[in-house]
Design a protein around this ligand. Structure first.
Ligand SMILES: [Zn+2]
Ligand SMILES: [Zn+2]
Length: 460
């Protein structure tokens, strides 16, 4: 199935029977991205139905949810458009400056939804979208998202990562029925948010590469068409960097489309493999650390962008070394579970139970598993080196792109101490059940050396 030449709307609400063996579906009714598209809202609302299938009536209320910053960008305009379409509106505006998606805010939104509320329109980016997605899923009503910044790839997602009891957990929910990305609004986003969105996108080169490598080493399911769909949209964003720096509407449209397409690719395969690899494992760890320390931390996409710079550089160094399989096998056999467990407790703190439970399912460092993977790596070294060379070519200029956009490339902006950052790089691979670059570095007994060189480069 060639997805590359389809419009974004042609990819949704339709089941594709693919040669990979899966049926691909992304259940989003409408996606409008471009200059001035917010004005299409009244026409879209006229086609909207309620949860019982009946059309929205003038008796129904549309609840508009924003925070005080995102309301300023589009709140009054959305309110006027919904009213013009003949529906009642009610507003809920979070009076908080820097908010995370926390379960207590989901409760706040749910309390605003009553019997007359037929639809929620979320106005914002990551946080407001995640909160409204889960609140409306729980209340069984539809929601739209009006994007205010091209900062992350969660617009089309069907899951909400929420902070509950200081831990970030991912909850299943539903996709929005409508996504609106008006480039006139997106152009008002601060530099750091646009750079973050670009960081989340350029990291997909690594994510797709991880997927290809895991297919070789672990015979993991892989869909070449979904991978190509993602790669093509990432390439468009890379070409659009000069335009993004000038907030050119066409460039912003490519970035927003790419962020939405990433979510569609995830829906297509049913898990986040096409959009998330080792760069995201580092990012999740950084975000989790900030929450533990009671800090806001940096934006998700900023974490992904910085991590992409580091993994790209680690891959570059890996290519320059001969891979010593005898040493890798000795290292695999020397794994000591008790020592690993005590390190995990030290490094992950409050999240260590979850990491240890996950290990009970995946056994990623157990010698037999690592030795089996080493065999596969040795057998396929040429093909794997070829993939790595390709991804290094794709990502080597990431620091330059991020700097052009006003983004962050230095881990010091995320973690103050080199020792803490070393822990994060060494252990991030144990956070998720997914084979990716950092685990392959471990398998080859190169992880410690590559991490050392990063720490030396940035912290000494
Ligand atoms: Zn497929
Ligand atoms: Zn992401």
């Amino acid at each position: 199935m060639d997805f590359k030449n389809q419009s974004i709307n042609a990819l949704t609400n339709h089941t594709f029977h693919c040669e990979c063996g899966k049926d691909h579906l992304a259940a989003i009714k409408a996606i409008e991205i471009g200059k001035g598209v917010l004005n299409k809202l009244p026409a879209i609302l006229k086609k909207q139905t309620k949860k019982d299938g009946s059309p929205l009536s003038t008796q129904d209320t549309v609840l508009l949810v924003a925070d005080k910053n995102t309301w300023k960008i589009a709140g009054d305009e959305v309110d006027a458009l919904v009213s013009r379409a003949g529906f009642q509106t009610r507003q809920y505006i979070f009076d908080i400056d820097k908010m995370h998606a926390e379960d207590r805010y989901v409760t706040v939104v749910r309390d605003q939804i009553d019997d007359t509320t037929a639809l929620v329109i979320a106005i914002g980016s990551g946080t407001i979208n995640d909160i409204c997605r889960y609140a409306t899923f729980k209340e069984g009503i539809p929601y739209y998202i009006i994007g205010t910044a091209p900062s992350m790839d969660g617009y089309a997602s069907s899951v909400s990562p929420l902070i509950t009891h200081n831990i970030k957990k991912t909850f299943s929910a539903v996709c929005p029925e409508v996504i609106i990305g008006d480039t006139d609004l997106l152009a008002t986003a601060p530099d750091i948010m646009i750079a973050a969105g670009f960081g989340d996108i350029i990291g997909k080169y690594l994510a797709i590469n991880d997927w290809k490598i895991s297919r070789i080493i672990n015979a993991e399911y892989y869909c070449p068409d979904v991978a190509d769909l993602v790669l093509e949209t990432v390439q468009k964003c890379v070409n659009a960097v000069p335009g993004l720096a000038k907030r050119d509407p066409q460039a912003l449209q490519y970035l927003m489309e790419s962020l939405v397409l990433s979510g569609i690719a995830i829906s297509f395969v049913g898990y986040s493999r096409p959009a998330s690899g080792s760069e995201h494992h580092i990012s999740h760890f950084l975000e989790m650390s900030a929450v533990f320390d009671g800090q806001y931390g940096q934006l998700h996409g900023s974490c992904v962008g910085m991590a992409t710079c580091l993994i790209s550089s680690m891959y570059q160094q890996l290519l320059e070394k001969p891979w010593d399989y005898a040493r890798a096998r000795r290292h695999a056999e020397s794994f000591d579970y008790t020592a690993w467990e005590s390190e995990t407790n030290r490094v992950f703190g409050k999240a260590s139970d979850a990491v240890i439970t996950l290990y009970g399912k995946t056994h990623q460092n157990d010698p037999l598993n690592v030795l089996a993977r080493i065999d596969q790596i040795e057998k396929n070294e040429e093909a794997i080196r070829h993939l790595i060379q390709n991804v290094v070519d794709q990502t080597a200029r990431t620091p330059e792109y991020l700097k052009t956009l006003g983004g962050l490339t230095d881990p010091n902006a995320f973690i103050a101490g080199g020792e803490r950052f070393r822990d994060i790089l060494l252990h991030a691979k144990d956070l998720r059940d997914r084979y990716a670059a950092l685990q392959m570095f471990y398998d080859l007994d190169e992880l410690d050396g590559l991490v050392d060189s990063i720490i030396q480069q940035y912290y000494q």
